[in-house]
Design a protein around this ligand. Sequence first.
Ligand SMILES: *Cc1c(COP(=O)(O)O)cnc(C)c1O
Length: 386
Amino acid sequence: MKKKLDISSKIIHVGGEPDPTTGAIMPPIFQTSTYVQSSPGKHQGYEYSRCHNPTRTRLEECLASLENAKYSMVFASGMAATTILLHALPQGSDIVVGDDVYGGTYRLFTTIYEKIHNFHFIDTTDLKKTRETIRKIKPQLVWIESPTNPTLKITDIEKVCKIGKNHGALTLVDNTFMSPYFQRPLDLGADIVLHSMTKYINGHSDVVAGALMYKSKKLHDKLFYLHKSMGPTLSPFDSWLVIRGLKTLAVRMEAHERNAMEVAEFLEKNKYVEKTIYPGLKSHPGHLIAKKQMSGFGGMVTFYLQGGIKNSKKFLESVELFALAESLGGVESLIEHPAIMTHASVPAKNRKALGIDDNLIRLSVGIESSKDIISDLKQAFKKTFS
Ligand SMILES: *Cc1c(COP(=O)(O)O)cnc(C)c1O
């Protein structure tokens, strides 16, 4: 029955059965490394917590259902999920990657795994180019992010998955920015979904964690073997914190979106803003695709401030409610400067090509009162430009 519930109910109920031994409505934290056996090799499915832990199992059950997957595996970070997935591919695989993926993903691919696999970076919003590249290279995997970070480019997930499938490639979507509440890539034809749960899924800026969701048993067996052997384990306590944070995903995402839309409309009209990027704005080049494949536009807004680095720094120093910090997706509003902060590991030449200029500012709009969020931006504009 629970598999048929709406996502906002699944978030709360799947994997959330009361504890059978005590009736505790919230799942206990199984803070244990090992489990007793009644006879050698005879146990209740749990032997050692690097392999299995009941708190983690509950979280994985819920996550799989939210993305309409069969399986989910959680990790000590989003990057750990990425690392394990890269090991599940045969050595020397060709991987076609969106050209403005998360900075840490770019760094991992180009400075560590470039000796093991071949990465081909392209603009996956350009379907013609994507088709040509996939046809020519015949990659094992296509890796996309939509919307991207920080320029919020929208890739047509359904079309790219179809192209991949036609040429024998699996498609992975990093769905961190939308969360399963607003976008479910497996329903659009993707094979694997990746999340940095550090962001919206946990939503409270107090955990670093990652997850993969997928339908294939064969992939699951391979990933389980790698997870067990390499050990990028999410602790029982952090698993529990994510279970707790996740409960409010639906109401948080609705509030993030409502506030982000107001902020985007405010910025778009502001005379000190050169350009505002938000998939919910009609002016966004990917607006129609976003409307087709997402049920909401999310909480991330970026904009180009008038003037150069000096104005940007002044603006970032002037905000009071917004915290100047990396990361995103928490209940509190955050502001950051991608060129200096989150995307410093992307070479300057590539940053320029991607539009990550010195006057680009990224907002993770929180769920405070929108009135307070906008007044804070107003006073920062005033301080910067008076
Ligand atoms: C943060 C982030 C990651 C990396 O996740 P960590 O939990 O920080 O390891 C991957 N992809 C996207 C889109 C992210 O925002």
